[in-house]
Design a protein around this ligand. Sequence first.
Ligand SMILES: [Zn+2]
Length: 295
Amino acid sequence: MNLPKRDDRFDGGRAMADLIRLCALGPRPSGSAANQRQRELVAEHFRRCGGTVRIQEFSGDHPLTGEPVPMANVVASWRPGEADRILIGAHGDTRPRADLERDPVRRLGPFVGANDGASGVAALMELARLLPDVGIGLGVDLAMFDAEELVFDEEGAYCLGSLEFARRAREDEEAGGPRYGAALVLDMIAGREMVLRREGFGLDYAWWLTEEVWDIARGLGASRFSEAIGRYVEDDHLPLLAAGIPAIALVDIEFPQWHTLGDVPEACSAGSIAEVGRVVLAWIERWADSSQQTT
Ligand SMILES: [Zn+2]
């Protein structure tokens, strides 16, 4: 019998500890003091793990007041001199309100976004610890996007941070800078009952990349990756795709506590986040292997 080899490098327990630490900062919507503290914490962590960190500052309009809101992405690069790069991104901001709570008072309650926000960032933090030794010969960037959802009910625009990132990436590439061969977006990857279905836009616009990742998941026996075709999800992969970067989102949009006050660390599991982390790690290694063969 050909059982998949056990790979414990991506530590789900350590990623869960990061998730809990991020949630302890409180709700982290764009423009908030907690969002700023998270940015500092994550940037410092990336630096300690050997990443070359850039802060991409920009500004958006508050959907209700029209006032400018300061926003910033944190982008960290390993092996920054490599022209061939891949990207793993996640949004760090949390939704300002728990819109899917039926009770109007609960809707205003503190929404900490343990799965919707912290899980993707926690996975990036654990990947950062491993990147000095993983993907040698390949440029790997981790991006924490701001302002994925500074949205109140229907008011506001999605994915402002990834839009800003994609704009700059395109400018850099046109100026002779590095090029991203592929990107994965991680969003809601820690739910206890997580099922990752193949997301619609990723299938339509980056079919081969979806296939590549699910092929790795099958090889690793990652049973939370489902062959089912999921919904179309407006997420940070869309601005990347529009900028010509092949991108897919690993997103569990059926998370039962989605946009409710129940999106807390107790609704998350180390096993789910570790399974995604191990697939992403193997994906990075596959890209590094093929880039070595072509150079
Ligand atoms: Zn959300």
